[in-house]
Ligand binder design. Structure first.
Ligand code: NAD
Length: 479
């Protein structure tokens, strides 16, 4: 596979443009730390041009029949599938994940567009029985308007596609402030949308200084809805900005997922699924299992097998077919891993696998397992967003549920048990937006994805993800 990487411009009103200032930012390859390209840096004039384009795009798109919108989205999905190999290659260069993961993400983007292409045709309203024979009461669903979306670097395409597809299906136009560290794979999605014939101004892509862009767009009267994926800290800040301008919001924020393994579980299967999902994307996943809570009777068995599975993971450049885990996406993540591991050790924690940076070049880190970490250590409270699993023991289900619910986060939780009774209790008592029992089944186009508590509110995916871009108008009409 070649190492060529394209520079990325801004996509405004159906065309790629260099920013008014001509400014750009560097893009690094996290496997080599080399500068591989540039991404355009938008200023206020570019944002103003985008807002005007998005308003115009909304006026046309919201009146375009759902069937026609659907056809264009399906066409884009076909183009993404045709180009998946090249898009995935670009993603590996900028983000680091293994090529097979980048391919899965790209193909899933096509599935998401296709699913929303259909669902947008079913954005039904209601007829509500009236109290008088001459009155007709209608509940109409209308697109909310121009959307501003802010998306991160861990899934460069799909964090954005879930927002773009939901907004387009509802009849909204969208301005995406994409991830500056991983811009080109997302840019390829915009090219596919444009090549499919999507109306100018419906989808727009900016990059720049995140805080400058978000404060300008959120406050702007043209923007009617905000959707953000990223850290809880930034999410709270953006939610308060949106609140002061009375804008609708969807917030998909951080997590610290508990994974409960009960003595009656199929341990081998739990080990294999959890190890695969812990280290997917080097743990830089908001639903990554982090607090492994294992029932005392099977603790030693689970730990032995999990450590062994962890040590078998091949770390390397994502373009190498042997690689199962790539580098971390940036140097901030490497230093966070080092600090969290050191802090765990200072609190009596033991490193059972990994724990170190690999080499001097590239942001490589060993898949890591720590044990005996007390609840007040940082890693038991802060989202590591990296390849660290913390394994602890519990005795009874009450203790496990208490620990699962201890943190302010509530995004994903996992459980392994053969007892229906245990599964039923966990389903009702774990404070989480998503619970996956005996398998890892999250983030499909047709299922809702989102959190509670400090992990945010609103859902992406499923019919809920379409709802996020629709408002309700009640019309009552006396003949
Ligand atoms: P960060 O908090 O600086 O940034 C997280 C994301 O928010 C980035 O995409 C960034 O561009 C964006 N952002 C930051 N400030 C913003 C602002 N004022 N307006 C709009 N967007 C803004 O952290 P980071 O070092 O890039 O990532 C580390 C943390 O972010 C992780 O620990 C994790 O908690 C969180 N994160 C979560 C997800 C997720 O999928 N939920 C994805 C990426 C990062």
């Amino acid at each position: 596979m070649n190492n060529q990487y394209p520079n990325t411009n801004l996509f405004i009103d159906g065309a790629w443009r260099i920013p008014d200032s001509g400014d750009s930012l560097e893009v690094l390859n996290p496997a080599t730390e080399e500068v591989i390209g540039q991404v355009a840096k938008a200023g206020q004039a570019d944002m103003d041009a985008t807002l005007i384009a998005a308003q115009k795009g909304f006026e046309t798109w919201s009146k375009t029949p759902a069937l026609n919108r659907s056809r264009l989205m399906r066409k884009a999905a076909d183009l993404i599938r045709e180009r998946a190999h090249e898009i995935a290659r670009i993603m590996v260069l900028e983000q680091g994940k293994p090529f097979f993961e980048a391919s899965i993400e790209t193909l899933l983007a096509a599935d998401i567009f296709e699913w929303y292409a259909e669902e947008g045709r079913r954005a039904y309203g209601r007829v509500i029985p009236a109290r008088s024979a001459n009155v007709r009461q209608l509940s109409l669903r209308e697109p909310v308007g121009v959307v501003a979306a802010f998306t991160p670097w861990n899934f460069p395409i799909n964090q954005a596609v879930r927002k773009i597809a939901g907004a387009m299906a509802a009849g909204c136009s969208i301005i995406v402030k994409g991830p500056e560290e991983t811009p080109a794979s997302l840019a390829a999605i915009f090219t596919a949308l444009n090549d499919a014939g999507v109306t100018s101004g419906v989808v727009n892509l900016l990059f720049g200084v995140p805080a400058e862009i978000s404060s300008y767009l959120i406050a702007h009267p043209i923007v009617r809805k905000i959707s953000f994926t990223g850290s809880t800290q930034v999410g709270k800040h953006l939610a308060s900005l949106a609140g002061s301008h009375m804008k609708r919001i969807t917030m998909e924020l951080g997590g610290h997922a508990p994974a409960l393994v009960f003595a009656d579980a199929d341990i081998q299967s739990a080990v294999s699924i959890l190890a695969q999902n812990k280290f997917r994307n080097a743990g830089q996943v908001c639903v990554s299992p982090t607090r492994f809570l294992v029932q005392s009777d099977v603790y030693d068995t689970f730990l032995d097998q999990f450590v062994s599975a962890t040590q078998q993971i091949t770390v390397g450049n994502g373009l190498d077919p042997a690689t199962k885990m790539g580098p971390l996406a940036n140097d901030r993540r490497v230093s966070t891993m080092q600090q969290l591991i050191l802090d765990s050790q200072e609190h009596g924690g033991k490193v059972a696998a990994g724990g170190d940076r690999i080499g001097q070049r590239g942001y490589f880190f060993t898949p890591t397992v720590v044990t005996d970490v007390p609840k007040h250590a940082r890693v038991m409270n802060e989202e590591p967003f990296g390849p660290i699993a913390v394994v602890s023991r519990f005795d009874g289900i009450d203790e496990a549920i208490r620990e699962a619910n201890r943190l302010p986060y509530g995004l994903a939780a996992y459980a392994y048990t053969s007892s229906d009774r245990t599964a039923a209790r966990l389903s009702s008592e774990i404070e989480t937006g998503m619970l996956s029992i005996n398998h890892h089944g999250l983030a499909l186009p047709e299922t809702p994805f989102g959190g509670v508590k400090d992990s945010g509110y609103g859902s992406e995916g499923g019919v809920e993800g379409l709802e996020a871009y629709l408002s309700t108008k009640f019309v009552t009409h006396a003949a």
